[in-house]
Design a protein around this ligand. Structure first.
Ligand SMILES: *Cc1c(COP(=O)(O)O)cnc(C)c1O
Length: 377
């Protein structure tokens, strides 16, 4: 048995920034010459910690960073990030002030916000840089195609609005033949042509996330917006053959409690698991409050001493219980990997996603605030 330490709960997410560098270079290699990267670090860099990830990307020379909401942009600025930051999700009324104070670039698709920004820019006697978004088939944010010319005329009316880019977003990221994707790309090109006709000039055109920049780099414009692949995960399993990436995150803990129980012992809430043999049962100090999903109850595996141990019974808020009967020499304090590698075994976010009918994105960004992120490299 290991000597207990007093350094607190051993549940941590270790983030390997060397792997971030590896993935960044892999993506850089994929994109055509002259195409820059906007690294998407929204949702706390998909659960990896926005500030350390952004600072590393800044060191690597990334052109632009992307977040979902203004607060995320403010957090990066307060953390010392100097790189241009795009607010992908647009602004909300009262955020206009933050755009100026923290030098953020908003994506704009509403006339009223365009006017509010323009007014504030005039008051401050300075220009404000924006990216204009057109909807080409995602059906979410973006000016509807039929209103696009009218929207652009409004942009043109304000001398304080500086259009740095036009963007759109692809929806069929899983589609193999990419027919709808091509259709969206043609619509985007048309939207860009309309903007040129109206006399709007811009530096960037961007539309591709991880999936499209890998599969159809010709539909990329001159700036691409990878998110998930930077973190070493894939938009869907088919992409694993197209590009080799390294996951950044290792989610780990240590065995907190260990006991022998006879056959017929119920485990955890609801008694959904009953031992069938003399068993060794380990309790791990991580639960669904930490982002270890409830649906991994009686489904998940963890790695201990390089072997898989199954989750037994229901995952609790703060604890998860595993059957370690088949792990030789198992003891209290043993290292446990829930996501990541141990010896020859590996558990990916994709594996967990498949078990809980989710996607790797959700698995990664669900890892809770209670889990400290520890950085390597
Ligand atoms: C999240 C997001 C991305 C990144 O997508 P990935 O699939 O993670 O590469 C790109 N663009 C927009 C608008 C997004 O919201």
């Amino acid at each position: 048995m290991k000597t207990p330490t007093l350094s607190g709960r051993p549940t941590v997410a270790e983030i390997d920034l060397k792997s971030l560098e590896f993935n960044y270079r892999q993506l850089q290699r994929r994109v055509p010459k002259g195409v820059n990267l906007l690294a998407v670090v929204k949702a706390d860099a998909y659960g990896h910690g926005a500030v350390p990830v952004a600072l590393k990307l800044e060191k690597l020379g990334v052109e632009y960073l992307g977040v979902a909401i203004p607060e995320e942009g403010v957090e990066l600025r307060k953390g010392g990030v100097k790189t241009p930051i795009l607010i992908l999700g647009g602004i909300f009324g009262p955020d206009v002030d933050q755009i100026f104070r923290f030098h953020l670039t908003p994506v704009i698709f509403r006339k009223d916000y365009l006017q509010a920004l323009s007014k504030e820019a005039e008051r401050r006697r300075r220009k404000v840089r924006v990216h204009l978004k057109v909807d080409t088939g995602m059906g979410r944010l973006g000016v509807p195609f039929n209103l696009w010319p009218d929207f652009l005329k409004e942009v043109k009316r304000s001398s304080k609005i500086e259009t740095e880019a036009i963007l759109s977003h692809f929806s069929m990221t899983d589609e193999k033949e990419g027919e709808f994707t091509q259709q969206q790309w043609r619509a985007f090109e048309e939207a860009v042509a309309i903007a040129r006709e109206i006399g709007i000039s811009f530096k960037y055109l961007h539309m591709a996330s991880s999936a499209i920049l890998t599969r159809l780099p010709s539909c990329s414009g001159n700036l691409v917006r990878p998110g998930i692949m930077l973190y070493g995960s894939y938009p869907s399993p088919t992409f694993q053959r197209l590009i080799s990436l390294k996951p950044l995150m290792t989610l780990k803990t240590r065995i907190h409690f260990l006991k022998s129980v006879p056959p017929g012992t119920r485990i955890s809430y609801g008694g959904t698991f009953t031992t069938k043999r003399d068993s060794l049962i380990a309790t791990l100090p991580i639960g669904y409050a930490d982002g270890y999903n409830l649906h991994l109850s009686n489904q998940g595996d963890v790695l201990i001493r390089g072997k898989r141990a199954p989750v037994v019974g229901r995952v609790c808020m703060d604890f998860t219980i595993v059957d370690v009967t088949d792990i030789p020499k198992v003891s209290v304090g043993d290292k446990v990997v829930l996501i990541g590698r141990q010896g020859k075994e590996r558990i990916t976010a994709e594996e967990i996603a498949e078990k809980i009918n989710s996607i790797s994105y959700e698995v990664l960004c669900s890892i809770g605030k209670r889990v400290p992120r520890i950085y390597k490299g």
